[in-house]
Structures are given as structure tokens and as C-alpha cells.
Ligand binder design. Structure first.
Ligand code: SAM
Length: 302
């Protein structure tokens, strides 16, 4: 009787199977954004097998390695030194050493250091491999209920209010879902600015403390989310991803016209257009034109 083929359970565990790393290769390894259970077996295997780990903060990564029962040589690689040390690290790759690159949380290079090293390794012709895993932006998008077929990741918004509003206005014209990172210091102001720059009706989603004990996410209009967030000080704590629905094809014009029709019998044409634009976020000029079409009048015109 022929020997049956080995069943899947005979296969070595994924971690052991992937433990071997290629000499001279750089591995870009994603780490958890809160829940340590999200570190993949392959990520653990690679971290345990490389000659050296380049870490944004060696203490943070040291804690992760201790949790995994691993000890590896580490080099600190952060935004202030990565340009300077990339050449030396590439020299190690050329000698045949293997390196892993990690940040404090999530996927390196996504609002995190690592770009200079990856670019230098590629320029030198050294292999670069992804060990994919957690990323707050993608995790938030996947649960947001906003269109996910096409999106823009815009990193952190500017810390100063005027620049932030200007950036939001520009991003607000984007037809794709926009994803931004925000800190607990500014989330309240940021939501105020979204209402101001994009109008109260724009749909948004706020995801807080993903994969952690106090994880929560909520979707609604910009005004609803601003009010919801302001109701409870706990909703201002932790780490945030804000997602903004892309501008719909009519730029909110249909809703703007609906409000305009309610206001026109009560107000002069330009005041009605201005208020309808403020309430809905639809372009004022287009509402003014719509008001002329609908048949409103300026004071003294009738
Ligand atoms: N490289 C990381 C990634 O892949 O998501 C992002 C690093 S960036 C320096 C840190 C920002 O990511 C935080 O300020 C927050 O906006 C977002 N973030 C990180 N972890 C998060 C979490 N667990 N929940 C919500 N947002 C998170």
C-alpha cells in the first residue's frame, strides 16, 4: 500500500519554517500597534534570526524581544540619525549580514523612520523583504465603513491650526477616502477644524486605541463625531486614526440645494447661499448660482 502523503499537521510550524534569513538581506518587520498577539510567527522568527535589528527605540524593541524570549544586537535608527547611519548599515548588508528594521509600533516607514535605509539598501542592490503585519491606517480603514477601494494616506496633519485647516481643505477636495493620524493633544481641535473646513455633513470615522483594551471606533457626520468626542474626556485619550470620506461627485451640492430651498423664502439670496454653504460644506459660489436659478432675490430686487 502506498504511503499516504504527509498531512498538513506534519508541516513544521510557520515560525520554524521561516526562521532562516538570507545573508545580506534587509527585512522590514511590522510589529503590534497595541496587542502583542498580533506579532506574526514569521516576524518573531525573523527577529530571532537576523544578525542585527535596527530599531526606532532600542528600549521599546528590547521589551518586545524580552516578551519573545529573544536577544539580538540592536542599532538605534530614528529620524535624527537615519540618513547618517544608513551607509554603515548598507556596508553590513554588503558583508553578508542580515538586518531587520522595526519601529516602535506598526509598519516601519508609515509615519515612522526607515525610508533612508530601505532606499540605500535598494540602491546598493541588496535584497529587501517585507514581513507585513499591523498598521493603524489600514486597520482603521478596514473597519471604517468608508470606501476602501481607493484611499489616500496623509500621515499627521500640521500641528498649527491655520496650516491644519488649509491642509484639510486641500484634502477635502480629494475624491478618495483620506486617512490621517492624530495625537491625543489635538484630536478635539482637529475635529473642530474638519467641521470648519469640510462642512458638518462630511462623513468621517474616528478609530481610537485599536487592538487595545479601550479600543473604540465611531462613524458619522463630522459634526456628530465632534460632539460625540467632546462629550467624554476619555474619548480624547490614546492614539487616533481619523478617516474622511472623499468628496462625493456633487461636492455636497444636493444637500446644499435642499438647505438652500428652506432658507430662500426667509433670507436674501446671498445670505441664504452663504448659510447653506456653511451648514452643508457645499461650495458657496455654486449655491449662489443655484439660488439664482431657483429664483431667490437680493434685498431691493423684487
Ligand atoms: N507605523 C505606525 C503604523 O503602521 O500605524 C504608525 C506610527 S505613527 C508614529 C503613530 C500614530 O499612529 C499615532 O499617533 C496614531 O495616530 C496612529 N496609531 C498607532 N497605533 C494606534 C492604535 N493602536 N490605534 C489608533 N491609532 C494608532
Amino acid at each position: 500500500m502506498p504511503t499516504p502523503p504527509p498531512v498538513a499537521t506534519d508541516a513544521p510550524p510557520a515560525a520554524a519554517a521561516d526562521a532562516a534569513v538570507q545573508p545580506g538581506a534587509l527585512y522590514v518587520v511590522a510589529t503590534p500597534i497595541g496587542n502583542l498577539g498580533d506579532l506574526s510567527p514569521r516576524a518573531a522568527a525573523v527577529l530571532g534570526a537576523v544578525d542585527r535589528i535596527c530599531a526606532e527605540d532600542t528600549r521599546t524593541t528590547g521589551t518586545l524581544l524580552a516578551h519573545l524570549g529573544l536577544r539580538r544586537p540592536m542599532t538605534a535608527l530614528h529620524e535624527h540619525n537615519e540618513d547618517r547611519i544608513a551607509t554603515g548599515l548598507v556596508a553590513l548588508l554588503r558583508e553578508g549580514r542580515s538586518l531587520a528594521l522595526v519601529s516602535d509600533a506598526g509598519t516601519p516607514l508609515v509615519s515612522d523612520p526607515g525610508f533612508a535605509l530601505v532606499r540605500a539598501a535598494r540602491a546598493a542592490g541588496q535584497p529587501v523583504f517585507a514581513v507585513p503585519g499591523p498598521c493603524a491606517a489600514v486597520a482603521a480603514l478596514s473597519i471604517s465603513g468608508l470606501p476602501s477601494d481607493s484611499f489616500v494616506f496623509a500621515g499627521f496633519l500640521p500641528p498649527k491650526a491655520a496650516a491644519r485647516r488649509e491642509r484639510l481643505r486641500r484634502l477635502g477636495a480629494e475624491p478618495r477616502t483620506v486617512i490621517v493620524y492624530e495625537s491625543s493633544h489635538r484630536i478635539g481641535e482637529c475635529l473642530d477644524d474638519v467641521v470648519e473646513a469640510l462642512g458638518p455633513q462630511r462623513r468621517v470615522c474616528l478609530a481610537r486605541e485599536l487592538t487595545k483594551r479601550f479600543e473604540e471606533s465611531r462613524a458619522g457626520t463630522a459634526a456628530e463625531l465632534r460632539d460625540w468626542q467632546a462629550q467624554d474626556p476619555n474619548r480624547g485619550r490614546g492614539e487616533f486614526v481619523l478617516l474622511i470620506e472623499g468628496e462625493t461627485r456633487d461636492g455636497g451640492l444636493a444637500e446644499g440645494e435642499r438647505v438652500l430651498r428652506l432658507l430662500l423664502p426667509e433670507l436674501p439670496l446671498s445670505a441664504a447661499a452663504r448659510l447653506a454653504a456653511e451648514i452643508t460644506g457645499a461650495p458657496r459660489r455654486k449655491l449662489y448660482d443655484a439660488a439664482l436659478r431657483i429664483g431667490g432675490s437680493e434685498p431691493g430686487q423684487d
